[in-house]
Write a protein that binds this ligand. Structure first.
Ligand code: PEP
Length: 252
């Protein structure tokens, strides 16, 4: 049985006051539900420590939105796994679509990040998903297969258990368009089958596959009702405590 996992990606939003306020409201509002679901929030780097403090009495985990694969040294502007661990991070998004398509990250770079995250004791959330043009050209499975094979390249079965996958169709992120529950289920099922071929079917039964893309309180339960949808990665709606808490409630 896979425990539901709801993660909030705050992206480049909030400030020093609102990040702490949001964290405090999520912590207090999830007291009753936090045993039934894994809950995490991914604030901007500069607010990670303040948010970690605000969440310290709760079981809401913190994650980073990104990291660099090198351990230390002359990499101006970058943040290492050890630094994130040092301030209490548990999770790290790797290959979010905005990093792929706005910043220009490649599958090869994302694979280095996933590998370094696990090596350093972080739990990566590997994000995959197709562009609208790719869906319209019926390339979804091909694109997601490539992103998974390259993103997980060289990873042993033992290390795979540290990974969460997030399927986020790019056309549904921040657009208000959501994949239908059936569209999400179809890709999630394909992902689980592919992981089964790459590794071992029994092992991949344990891997959580999150859906992301304009998740709201009103569509969370139906998405979570799909057999292979194990959780939700929430952008915009995670910035409103009431909405994020409603999504958590709809997921358990
Ligand atoms: C995301 O940032 O991962 C995301 C899914 O955003 P939104 O929920 O706003 O579409």
């Amino acid at each position: 049985m896979r425990k539901p996992f709801v993660a909030g990606n705050w992206k480049m939003n909030t400030d020093s006051r609102t990040s702490v306020e949001l964290a405090e409201r999520i912590a207090s509002g999830s007291m009753d539900t936090s045993q039934k679901a894994t809950i995490a929030v991914c604030p901007p780097f500069v607010y990670l420590q303040a948010v970690a403090k605000a969440l310290s009495a709760s079981s809401v985990a913190i994650g980073a939105q990104d990291m660099y694969f090198e351990a230390k040294g002359a990499f101006t502007g970058e943040i290492s796994t050890a630094m994130l661990k040092d301030i209490g991070c548990i999770y790290c998004l790797c290959g979010h679509s905005e990093r792929r398509h706005v910043i220009g990250e490649t599958d090869e770079l994302i694979n280095k990040k996933v590998t370094a995250a696990i090596g350093g004791g972080l739990l990566p959330i590997l994000c995959v998903g197709e562009l609208l043009a790719e869906r319209e050209a019926t390339q979804t499975d091909k694109v997601v297969t490539r992103q998974l094979k390259e993103g997980l390249s060289g990873l042993s079965a033992e290390k795979l258990s540290a990974v969460t996958i997030a399927y986020e169709p790019v056309w549904a992120i921040g657009t208000g368009l959501t994949a239908t529950p059936q569209q999400a289920q179809d890709v999630h099922e394909m992902i689980r089958e592919l992981l089964g071929q790459m590794y071992d079917a029994s092992l991949t039964e344990e891997i959580r596959i999150l859906y992301g893309g304009s998740v709201k309180p009103g569509n969370a339960a139906e998405l979570m009702g799909q057999k292979d949808v194990d959780g939700l990665l929430v952008g915009g709606a995670s910035l409103k405590a009431d909405d994020f808490l409603a999504i958590i409630n709809a997921s358990i």
